[in-house]
Design a protein around this ligand. Structure first.
Ligand SMILES: [Zn+2]
Length: 324
């Protein structure tokens, strides 16, 4: 485990607050830590483990207790499935048999990554341990998709939902990591409130290009003849469905700019977005977002991508002029 990149943001989260309260009142035997953002669940695990073994009880990341967690040599901390792959019965069997061994410090913690990928058999195997865990043992299940967890398992766990973070929080967290402001703004726009995803986007140049290309596409879209030029947009050619996701974000950002919401972009991107906002009515923007959603659906049925994109651009052009 390494020091969480988003330590401060996570410390301020509701999930961490609730966990802290339990630390004071008495830890439960089993928790589900729920977020679609695997990276952030892992970071949360680290923070929680540090808090449990910190000499001062604050997860200071400096003391002897915190260091054993960060260096991975705390004999009472176990991480299961750190790669987040499908969990087989044997892995759970191994875990269950080690649970009964007495903790050295008096407290033992298991962190299971992507517990929602446990097979049904594996979950059933774990059930008895969740029902009657030995004294001093706490099991944390990281869950991206609650539907993957059996009701019987769920009912044994206290739930900690990790927040979806607002745009400003994500932007500030990324700039604190010395991410360039423009990248941070694009990542904050495209990450759906997930910090781990935001980090991937912020440090991937491809993503920034897609955002800028989506703006270019809309800027060029002035007469129907231009639709045929869509092929010349590089990041569109390299993956239509990823591009359409970003196009949706861009259309929403133009909508926000029209409504006067803060976007955190630098002067250049902000200027482009504002100029586009002048050319579209709110109604046209809403209908364009719907048109993108229809195009995404068509793509998922593997209809010819070029035809789908051309159709989409004609649709956007039409609503743009029809709903001025
Ligand atoms: Zn400490």
């Amino acid at each position: 485990m390494s020091v969480p990149l988003f330590e401060n943001t996570l410390r301020a989260s509701r999930a961490y607050y609730l966990f802290g309260k339990d630390m004071q009142l008495g830890l439960g035997h089993a928790y589900m830590v729920i977020s679609p953002d695997d990276e952030i669940v892992k970071e949360f695990f680290t923070l929680v483990a540090a808090r449990m073994y910190c000499v001062s009880g604050r997860a200071c990341m400096e003391c002897r207790g915190c260091k054993t967690v960060l260096d991975g040599n705390n004999p009472d901390v176990f991480t299961v499935n750190p790669q987040g792959e499908k969990i087989k019965v044997q892995e759970v069997k191994d875990m269950v048999s080690s649970v009964s061994i007495k903790p050295i410090s008096g407290v033992k913690a298991y962190f299971v990554c992507r517990a929602d990928l446990m097979t049904q058999d594996a979950q059933n195997k774990l059930l008895k341990t969740l029902e009657e865990p030995p004294e001093g043992v706490t099991i944390f299940l990281g869950v991206a998709n609650e539907a993957g967890v059996l009701e019987t398992v769920k009912s044994r766990c206290r739930k900690l939902y990790i927040d979806v973070f607002d745009r400003e929080t994500v932007y500030n967290a990324l700039t604190a990591l010395h991410c360039p402001a423009e990248n941070a703004a694009i990542a904050a726009a495209c990450c759906e409130g997930q910090l781990g995803k935001a980090r991937l986007i912020a440090f991937s140049p491809e993503y920034g290009n897609r955002y800028s290309d989506a703006l270019t596409l809309l800027e060029r879209l002035k007469k129907s003849r231009d639709v045929l030029d869509a092929e010349s947009v590089p990041s569109l050619r390299s993956g239509e469905s990823e591009f359409l996701k970003v196009l949706t974000v861009v259309l929403r950002d133009i909508t926000s700019a029209k409504e006067g919401a803060p976007l955190f972009f630098g002067a250049e991107l902000a200027g482009r977005i504002e100029r586009l906002a002048e050319g579209f009515s709110l109604r046209a923007l809403a209908l364009s977002v719907e048109a993108v959603a229809r195009a995404q659906e068509k793509l998922s049925f593997s209809v010819n991508p070029t035809a789908v994109i051309d159709g989409l651009l004609f649709d956007i052009l039409e609503v743009k002029y029809k709903w001025r």
